[in-house]
Design a protein. Structure first.
Length: 333
């Protein structure tokens, strides 16, 4: 028994006429008669009484009709769902992000915009330490990720090489991405701090300052680039506290435990009472991107990419591949 047997039977039962059923199904009347005859042969019993001006269901046909209508309706719903998923209008999308992403205006706009264009897609947002995002992409725990790369760890050029951040031992992982914003690194201080009113500060200005560091953030001293710059400026950074996340760093800066490194740029909003002052002698940028694995593309993900590109056309560029290599190590947040 094939699906068309069920559809022909339902149409003939509802129309009570093979001719009208054939018009409804856009087939010939003999085709309907043949399919019904095949169905009756397979069942071993008539399902229609043939009348002079139409047909009427037998007892077997009356018992069969609601069951076959349920089956055909289920099939129609399943096919409609498959079409919606293929168009990115249904399904599930898992997106990862680091804590710093919450401070960028595009994130909230992207989530809101995606809900508007894809209301039937389940959008699951997973906050992870930035250093864990590449691994989560590699393990297919997420479909895409908002990621930040700090000084000396900015995105590559056309060659596409990027380190793996401890991703599982496997073949090189290829990412695709859209850049969202390139910013500078600064120092975050309370608004009444002696450095807060400066337009910029140099690393040498931090020689006597207590520092709070988030080792897994994009602007961490642990990356080595900023630490080396401090040493070149003539001092060893005095870290008095290490924390897990950027929000924890900001809380301790607010509590005047110390000051810390942070991304400085338009579209980043920090808590009231804090100010990020650009560092004049850290010229290498910090980069904010949305990335996904080349092997993980989906219609739902493509719609998210379209939303992000539409929100910030002046900030975004064409997609380019990233090839993650196991040869080096790095951090993102």
């Amino acid at each position: 028994m094939q699906l068309r047997h069920l559809r022909y039977f339902v149409a003939a039962a509802e129309e009570e006429n093979f001719g009208r059923a054939s018009e409804r199904l856009h087939v010939t009347r003999p085709a309907v008669s043949q399919i019904i005859a095949d169905l009756e042969r397979e069942l071993g019993t008539p399902v229609f009484e043939r009348l002079s001006h139409g047909v009427r269901l037998t007892a077997a046909g009356r018992a069969l009709l609601p069951e076959l209508k349920r089956i055909t309706n289920d099939v129609d719903e399943a096919m409609a769902l498959a079409r919606r998923v293929s168009q990115g209008k249904s399904g599930r999308l898992d997106i990862g992000y680091g804590a710093l992403t919450l401070m960028h205006s595009l994130f909230c706009q992207a989530v809101k915009g995606y809900h508007q264009v894809c209301p039937d897609v389940t959008l699951a947002l997973l906050e992870l330490p930035g250093a864990d995002l590449p691994c989560a992409l590699a393990e297919k725990r997420i479909d895409g990720a908002f990621m930040h790369f700090g000084p000396a760890r900015t995105l590559p050029g056309k060659d596409g090489s990027l380190p793996s951040w401890g991703t599982p031992d496997r073949k090189d992982l290829t990412l695709e991405w859209v850049p969202i914003q390139t910013s500078r690194v600064g120092i975050v201080v309370p608004v009444d701090h002696q450095l807060a009113q400066r337009n910029s500060v140099s690393l040498a200005d931090l020689a006597c300052e207590d520092l709070v560091d988030a080792p897994r953030s994009s602007s961490s001293l642990r990356q080595g680039a900023i630490r080396k710059m401090c040493q070149k400026a003539g001092f060893e950074p005095r870290v008095v506290q290490e924390v897990e996340t950027v929000p924890a760093l900001l809380n301790l800066v607010s509590a005047r435990v110390g000051i810390g490194f942070a991304v400085s740029g338009a579209n980043f909003t920090y808590p009231a009472g804090l100010r990020v002052v650009p560092l004049s002698d850290v010229t290498e940028p910090a980069t904010f991107v949305f990335a996904w694995t080349k092997q993980r593309g989906s219609p739902a993900l493509n719609r998210m990419i379209d939303v992000i590109q539409a929100l910030a056309p002046a900030l975004l560029r064409a997609r380019e591949p990233i090839r993650i290599s196991r040869a080096r190590s790095s951090s993102a947040s």
